[in-house]
Design a binder for this molecule. Structure first.
Ligand code: GLN
Length: 324
C-alpha cells in the first residue's frame, strides 16, 4: 500500500520526522526515566525479570526495522499472544467464534470473573483472560494439546519469519502452578457449555501460548499483516482478508488494554495489545508495526514505559488514527 503522505498530518513547511532518530530518542528517554512501574509478581517466574529494561522495534512500510534499547531481548509475550490466537481461531471457526466470545470492552481487570455470571459464561471479548481461554478451547477442539500448541507456535514463527521462537516452559509451569483464578474462569465457562474440552487441557494450551518468548523485533515483524490490510507486504502473502485485519485492529483498539483501553486510545490513538510481561504491540495502519517492552506495569497491568513510549512515537510521527 502507498504510504499515507506525511503532509496530511504535518503542518506545511515542517520537515517529516525521521523515524530512525525518533526511535533512538525515545529509547534514550525511556532508559533514563526513574518511574518504571511494578513488575508482575502473581506469576512467580515473571517477578524475576528486571524493570530496568526497555526495548522498541518499529518496522516501516519498506520492511526496514528500527530497533533500539533492549529490542532484541526475548520476553514473555503473555496476553499479546491473544491477538494471534484470535487470528488463528477466526481462521478455523470463522464468525461462529462470536457465539462463544463477545466483542465489547469489559471495563474490568483482565482476570475479572464478575461479568461472566451475568452474561451466562460468555466472555466480553477475546482479550480478557476468560475470552482468550475460550479462544484456546476452540483451537484445541479436534486436536491434542501438543498439536494445537504446535500450530500456534508455527504461526508465530511464520509471521515473524523466524523459526527460533520458542515457548518458555519455566514461565508456563509457573503459571500452571499458580493459575487458580484462570482455572476458576475456565471451570465457570465450562459449566455454561462455553468450553468443549477438559478444562486442564484447555488451560494447558492457554498457559503455554502466553509463555511464548519473543523480542520486540520479532513481535513487530509478526504484526505487520495488521498494518497492511492482512497482507505481509514483503512476501505479498495474504494472512487474513482486509476485513478481518480491520476487525482485529478494532478489537485491539477497544479491548487491548483491558480497563486501560480508553486511556490508551486517548493517549496513543493506535490499536494495541499489552501483556503482563511488559510488552505492547501497536499498529499504525498503512504506516508501521510497532512493539515496545518494559516489564514495569501500571495498576491495570499495562507496561508503564511502553505506553509512554508509544504515546511519544505516535505523537512525533503523527500516526494516531484520529489525526495529528
Ligand atoms: N497469562 C496471563 C494470565 O492469564 C496473561 C495476562 C496478561 O498478560 N494480561 O494471567
Amino acid at each position: 500500500m502507498a504510504p499515507r503522505p506525511p503532509a496530511a498530518s504535518m503542518p506545511i513547511g515542517i520537515a517529516v520526522p525521521n523515524l530512525a532518530e525518533v526511535v533512538a530518542e525515545i529509547a534514550e528517554e525511556m532508559r533514563v526515566r526513574a518511574d518504571r512501574g511494578e513488575v508482575a509478581t502473581y506469576i512467580p517466574e515473571l517477578a524475576r525479570v528486571s524493570a530496568d529494561q526497555f526495548g522498541i522495534a518499529v518496522i516501516d512500510n519498506d520492511g526496514k526495522a528500527h530497533v533500539a534499547g533492549d529490542g532484541d531481548v526475548p520476553f514473555s509475550i503473555q496476553s499479546i499472544s491473544k491477538v494471534f490466537t484470535l487470528t488463528l481461531a477466526l481462521g478455523k471457526a470463522g464468525n461462529r467464534l462470536w457465539k462463544r466470545v463477545g466483542r465489547e470492552p469489559s471495563g474490568s481487570p483482565f482476570n475479572s470473573i464478575v461479568q461472566l455470571e451475568r452474561e451466562h459464561g460468555i466472555p466480553r471479548n477475546p482479550f480478557i483472560n476468560a475470552g482468550a481461554i475460550a479462544v484456546s478451547d476452540l483451537i484445541l477442539s479436534g486436536h491434542q494439546p501438543r498439536e494445537a500448541l504446535g500450530a500456534i507456535l508455527r504461526f508465530m514463527q511464520f509471521l515473524a519469519d523466524d523459526a527460533t521462537i520458542t515457548i518458555d516452559n519455566a514461565v508456563a509451569a509457573s503459571e500452571q502452578r499458580t493459575g487458580f483464578r484462570n482455572a476458576a474462569l475456565a471451570n465457570y465457562m465450562r459449566s455454561f457449555g462455553v468450553l468443549d474440552n477438559p478444562v486442564d487441557l484447555t488451560l494447558g494450551v492457554y498457559f503455554h501460548h502466553c509463555a511464548i518468548a519473543m523480542s520486540c523485533r520479532q513481535l513487530a515483524m509478526a504484526g505487520r499483516f495488521l498494518a497492511h490490510n492482512g497482507i505481509n507486504p514483503t512476501t505479498g502473502l495474504s494472512v487474513v482478508t482486509p476485513e478481518r485485519a480491520r476487525r482485529i485492529n478494532a478489537i485491539m483498539l477497544t479491548c487491548g488494554h483491558y480497563d486501560g483501553s480508553g486511556e490508551f486510545a486517548f493517549r496513543v490513538g493506535l490499536p494495541g495489545k499489552s501483556g503482563v510481561g511488559g510488552g505492547i504491540i501497536a499498529i499504525a495502519p498503512g504506516q508501521a508495526s510497532i512493539a515496545v517492552w518494559s516489564p514495569g506495569l501500571d495498576p491495570s497491568g499495562n507496561s508503564h514505559l511502553g505506553q509512554l513510549a508509544l504515546e511519544a512515537l505516535s505523537k512525533r510521527m503523527g500516526w494516531s488514527i484520529f489525526g495529528a
